[in-house]
Design a binder for this molecule. Structure first.
Ligand code: MHO
Length: 158
C-alpha cells in the first residue's frame, strides 16, 4: 500500500478543472479551493474581487502506483489554454491564472522542464503564461463548489 501523493494546480474556474482531474485513472480525490494568496480563510466572494491574490485551484490526491505527476501535467496542459495570462476564456482576473504550485523540489523541476519543453515545441502561437508559484496554504472552497458540475446541470464552463 503506497502512500497517497498530492499535486496542486490552477487552470481557471475550478469547477471544470476539478471534474477533469476526477476523470483520471489513479486520481483518488480532488478538492476545489484557493491558493497563492495572502488572506487567511478566503471566501469565494473575496477571491472573486481579485484582491486576495489567490487563484482558484485544485488539490489532487492520487495513487502514485497508478498515475504520476507527469501524467497530471499532461492533463493540466490539455484542459486549459496555458497561453492566456490572468484569464481563462470568459473568466478574467488573476484568480483565473494558469499556475502550478509544486509541492516538492521534484515537482518543481518537472513543472519547470515541462514549461520549457512546451515553449521549445513551437506548438503554441503565444508564449506560455503558466507561472510556477510556492504552494503556501491551500484553502478548500465552500462546500457548494465541491463537485459543482455534478450537483448543477447546465451549460457551465466545461
Ligand atoms: N464563469 C463562471 C466562473 C465560475 S468559477 C467558480 C462565473 O462567472 O460564475 O470562477
Amino acid at each position: 500500500m503506497t502512500a497517497t501523493a498530492k499535486a496542486m494546480f490552477g487552470a481557471g474556474c475550478f469547477w471544470g478543472v476539478e471534474a477533469a482531474f476526477r476523470r483520471q485513472v489513479g486520481v483518488l480525490e480532488v478538492t476545489s479551493g484557493y491558493a497563492g494568496g495572502d488572506v487567511d480563510n478566503p471566501t469565494y466572494a473575496q477571491v472573486c474581487t481579485d484582491r486576495t491574490g489567490h487563484a482558484e485551484a485544485v488539490l489532487v490526491e492520487y495513487d502514485p502506483a497508478r498515475t504520476g505527476y507527469e501524467t497530471l501535467l499532461d492533463v493540466f496542459f490539455a484542459i486549459h489554454d496555458p497561453t492566456q495570462a490572468n484569464r481563462q476564456g470568459p473568466d478574467i482576473g488573476r484568480q483565473y491564472r494558469s499556475v502550478i504550485f509544486p509541492l516538492d523540489a521534484d515537482q518543481e523541476a518537472r513543472a519547470t522542464a515541462r514549461i520549457a519543453a512546451l515553449e521549445a515545441s513551437g506548438r503554441l502561437v503565444r508564449p506560455v503564461a503558466t507561472v510556477i508559484e510556492p504552494a503556501g496554504r491551500f484553502w478548500p472552497a465552500e462546500e457548494y463548489h465541491q463537485r459543482y458540475l455534478e450537483k448543477n446541470a447546465g451549460p457551465f464552463c466545461r
